[in-house]
Design a protein around this ligand. Structure first.
Ligand code: GRF
Length: 220
């Protein structure tokens, strides 16, 4: 099966983008990173991608003034002209209009640093600490018009420690994000994910049997 052509869309650091680039180096990975697109010319991720020999494009949203759809039409044109199959939003900090989201329905993924539907929006690690949850994590989901919603493809959980700061918790979550996104993209690119009644059903994969329980009591 030909590898799916993926556009990674970023706004900044691009560490998830890096994880996807690394994963796509494997011969048996079902997707290739065809382009990295940023809405900010100075995104650190862009220089990394360019240095890695990948095609990079900047579509500066500020040049479109308040014309959100104008920006999105430019983005869509870029995706279409490169025959992109799947779009991975990875730290892309713009809200998308329903128009673009519908264009790419079922073909656009996002990673969010919480166990959705908990803690949508920004500052998820602060919110998790404030709420006192013992387990936190990250989610990869299909993008739908409503922000940080959409069928959940995969999630990864981490323990919250009593003395965590937003930064230490963010670091722990980010480490699992870098494993989670390549896995989720693999499943989608292999055609193993279908959406039924707003839920993702993944074929050919077994859910882990073990439970993650925090705090844990040492066994006998
Ligand atoms: C990640 O925490 C991701 O979950 C969120 O934005 C952050 C992007 O980080 N959507 P990076 O640019 O991938 O390093």
């Amino acid at each position: 099966m030909p590898r799916k052509r993926v556009a990674v869309v970023i706004s900044g650091r691009g560490s998830n983008m890096r994880a996807l680039i690394e994963a796509a180096k494997a011969e048996d990975y079902p997707a290739e990173i065809a382009v990295v697109i940023s809405n900010k010319a100075n995104a650190a991720g862009l220089s990394y991608a360019a240095a890695a020999g990948l095609a990079t494009v900047t579509i500066d949203h500020s040049l479109f003034g308040g014309d959100r759809e104008g920006f999105e039409r430019a983005l869509d044109r870029e995706l279409q002209s490169r025959a992109i199959d799947l779009v991975c939003l990875a730290g892309f900090m713009r809200l998308l209009t329903p128009w673009l989201v519908q264009q790419w329905s079922g073909r656009m993924l996002n990673i969010h640093p919480s166990l959705l539907p908990a803690f949508k929006g920004l500052h998820t690690h602060e919110a998790a600490l404030r709420a006192g949850v013992k387990i936190h994590g990250a989610t990869v989901h299909f993008v739908v018009p409503e922000t940080d919603s959409g069928p959940i493809i995969a999630q990864a959980a981490v323990a919250v420690h009593d003395h965590d700061t937003p930064q230490t918790l963010a670091d722990r979550v980010l480490a699992v994000e870098h494993r989670l996104y390549p896995l989720a993209l693999r499943l989608v690119a292999e055609g193993r994910v279908r959406v039924e009644d707003g839920r993702c059903i993944v074929t050919g994969i077994t859910a882990g049997a073990g439970a993650l329980i925090v705090p844990s009591i040492p066994g006998p």
